[in-house]
Write a new protein. Structure first.
Length: 765
């Protein structure tokens, strides 16, 4: 130490902390060098010897050695008082001067020295107070000290999430956590597919496959149980979930919902036990979302009392059909019904595919779709029919049939209504898929948040590294997604309940809600898993931590059961229909009252005091959140309706008008779904009596609501709904809510209660 201290001049010691800071990144920039040169020209309290030494040590071509930097560090550390918070590096420099060269310190104009050194720090871009902490042996701050806490009963929150189906959920979790459900290597396609079939047979033997079927056919008449089983299975292997859904949901439910008693008696028990594996053959190469456009034909032969099922060309093959490539023995086939040359629209038929030995039947051609991005345990295939004959009783005839005289019959006169009623009976798929997606999101978030809580990176010098979950941007990445996952959970709970207790008069609204939530939740899942992967860095890229499997297997959910973008437009059209109907049922006075009410609402929402209001009470008020969501939805609905009317009034073809306004309609669908999700979250909090749970759920709800308002801030600013100051206040509040939620983050994902064997991620243990 003495040998080193004899080298610099005494007066230069005051600049030692600044010297150390500018060289600590091993690079002295031109601007930094110029700042020092200007400094030397203006100060008069440095001796010529001091200047010469400092200029030599600030030569960009001759940086200090590692040993010299280490000696500077030790010199500074020995002079620092750990009980003092230094406002500037100059404060530390003066301490060094007083300690090692008190006779020089005595001659310095201290106040001017401190001021001029402070100016130098500003020019160098050094934030003195923060930089000064570098040299303290230890110091506490909120980033290093913040940690996971358990502020609520995790088991109570699990019970709240599981609801009345908790016993069934626990039962299924216990089963899939057993060794017989251990993950297998998916790279061997043949073995993986056979293993998935075995798992589905185990589930069928437990009665889970038939759980939604009527009791007289081996089931429990429990559709809610079916959805619950499907969602819970999604914590394990998603190929199993999809094969389970194809067999018991699509194939089984199509027979149940579109067929009549003769079909139920003949097929349902065998389907529920997996004795009769089958397919749901709707999608064609040329026609997916547009089911009415399918080209497979079912031509009725009255003399023989049978139908000829036929694929007219290669692009009319049934494509991407689950269970088709290997295991399916029969299929529900959607085809155009042709009687005496007349097309009666889409009907459904049971068509045998293979015999009991698994051999493809005459007239049936099946091609394996091969390896996919994910879900490789499901044997998807293409099916073509070459004049395949099936008996008349194979027509699923609940909504359309052929009578004894060979005439078409239907209890629903309207072709449109019959078609949509037929498809509406299968809306359950749009409940099962998003619930499965939610389970995948919960798994990904559990892995990423647990890892972020224990993974440490960087931190203040002299202290331990900080959990990456303490970093504000990491919180920003994951915690709004966690809040949104909780919000979607309660919305799907509501959706399931509405579907199970549906009335005929509500079906259009229920179908629109199911389509919208399916889109919203599955898109949320894909973005969540991508963020989880990135947030786990290279560890998230390793297959052993399972995020890759979750991403790849669930990615197709955005196009399963209907392409999301198409579904959102169907939601918008439903909202426009309700809007039109609302006006059609109004007389002159109710129309005037409606307009007055809307005007009052607009004036209230755009009150100058409200659009600028930024206090915490207002920003965290659920009424403010809900009003903002409702205002966005109603404004977009009004403007979309006016836009379409204007385009058509100008003579534009209705199809073209809808095409022109497509983005508008998409935005309307999203606004409607977000409003419903927020409503259900707020309602769930009202129903919650436990004060601790109420508090943590309220914080999550606030985060979800404000994050979505922040996401749409451009729209709100355009509309004059809020001013820039309020947008900034909302951004700050989102940051604060993320910070407050951080301490609950691990308990919140632990409340999902996912078995460790299902997570199977070393970084999540």
């Amino acid at each position: 130490m003495e040998k080193f201290l004899s080298q610099p001049t005494n007066g230069s010691l005051v600049l030692l902390p600044t010297l150390y800071m500018v060289w600590s990144d091993t690079l002295l920039t031109d601007s930094e060098h110029q700042a020092f040169q200007s400094f030397f020209k203006t100060v008069d309290w440095l001796s010529e010897e001091d200047r010469k030494y400092l200029v030599a040590k600030l030569d960009p071509q001759s940086p200090p050695s590692r040993e010299e930097m280490e000696m500077w560090w030790q010199t500074i550390k020995l002079a620092v008082d750990n009980n003092t918070n230094y406002p500037h590096l100059s404060s530390i420099g003066l301490e060094i001067l007083k300690k090692y060269a008190p006779e020089v310190a005595h001659t310095f104009p201290m106040s001017r020295v401190e001021q001029e050194l402070g100016n130098l720090e500003d020019q160098l871009g050094i934030i003195g107070k923060s930089a000064a902490l570098t040299f303290k042996s230890s110091h506490s701050n909120i980033s290093t000290s913040y940690e996971t806490q358990v502020g609520f009963d995790i088991a109570k929150l699990t019970a709240l999430l599981d609801g009345k189906r908790k016993p069934l959920i626990d039962e299924v979790k216990s089963l899939i956590a057993k060794k017989e459900f251990d993950y297998v290597d998916p790279s061997n396609l043949k073995d993986f597919r056979e293993q998935v079939l075995i798992w589905c047979k185990i589930l069928a033997n437990k009665g889970y496959g038939s759980i939604g079927f009527p009791k007289e056919y081996g089931g429990k008449n429990d559709m809610e149980g079916y959805f619950t089983v499907m969602e819970t299975l999604s914590y394990r292997d998603l190929s199993t979930v999809i094969k389970f859904g194809v067999q018991f949901g699509l194939w089984g439910m199509s027979v149940l919902m579109l067929g009549t008693k003769k079909h139920h008696q003949k097929y349902l028990k065998a389907i529920g036990s997996l004795e009769l594996p089958g397919c749901f053959a709707m999608t064609e190469t040329n026609h997916g979302s547009n089911v009415r456009g399918i080209e497979t034909t079912a031509t009725y032969n009255h003399a023989e009392k049978n139908f000829t099922i036929h694929t007219p060309h290669i692009n009319a093959r049934k494509e991407y059909i689950g269970n088709a490539a290997l295991h399916g023995k029969m299929a529900t086939v959607f085809a155009k019904l042709i009687i005496d040359g007349k097309d009666y629209g889409v009907s459904t038929f049971i068509v045998p595919l293979r015999d009991d030995q698994g051999k493809t039947l005459p007239g049936i051609s099946i091609e394996d779709c091969g390896r996919k991005m994910g879900l490789n345990g499901v044997d998807n295939g293409l099916i073509a029919f070459d004049t395949v004959i099936v008996p008349k009783e194979n027509m699923l005839d609940k909504f359309s049939s052929v009578d004894d005289e060979g005439n078409f019959q239907s209890p629903i006169a309207s072709d449109n209504k019959r078609f949509f009623t037929m498809l509406g009976t299968l809306v359950g798929g749009r409940i099962g898929i998003p619930r499965s997606a939610l389970a995948a999101s919960k798994s990904g978030l559990t892995i990423a948040i647990r890892y972020a809580d224990k993974r440490r990176q960087f931190g203040p010098d002299g202290t331990s590294e900080v959990p990456i979950l303490n970093y504000r941007m990491h919180q920003r990445r994951l915690l709004p997604l966690l809040a949104k996952t909780y919000a979607c959970h309660f919305a799907m709970e509501h959706m399931t309940d509405r579907f199970l207790n549906r009335k005929e008069s509500e079906m259009q609204e229920i179908e629109a809600l199911a389509a919208g939530l399916k889109s919203y939740v599955t898109w949320h899942n894909t973005s969540t898993l991508q963020e989880c992967r990135e947030a786990c860095g290279g560890k998230g890229y390793l297959s052993e931590n399972r995020i890759d499997a979750l991403k790849n297997d669930s990615d197709v959910y955005t196009t399963f059961e209907g392409d999301n973008t198409v579904l959102l437009q169907l939601v918008a059209k439903s909202r426009l229909s309700s809007y039109k109907k609302q006006f059609e049922n109004m007389n002159l006075f109710t129309v005037i009252d409606y307009v007055v009410t809307k005007t009052k609402t607009t004036l209230t929402e755009k009150n100058p005091l409200i659009i600028r209001k930024t206090d915490e009470t207002h920003l965290l008020d659920p009424d403010f959140h809900l009003n903002a969501f409702q205002y966005r939805e109603s404004s977009i609905l009004n403007s979309a309706a006016k836009r379409l009317k204007r385009l058509m009034d100008e003579g534009m073809d209705p199809f073209d008008a809808v095409n022109v306004a497509q983005h508008h309609l998409f935005t309307l669908g999203m606004a409607f779904i977000e409003r419903v999700i927020l409503e259900q979250f707020i309602e769930k909090i009202k129903q919650t009596t436990d004060p601790e749970l109420k508090l943590v759920l309220k914080r999550l709800c606030d985060l979800f609501a404000l994050y979505q308002i922040e996401t749409h801030k451009g729209w709100y600013l355009e509309q004059g709904y809020m001013e820039g100051g309020k947008a900034k206040a909302i951004r700050k509040m989102v940051n604060q809510l993320c910070w407050e939620t951080r301490k609950d983050a691990v308990p919140l994902v632990n409340a999902f209660n996912i078995p460790d064997s299902c997570l199977s991620a070393p970084i999540a243990t």
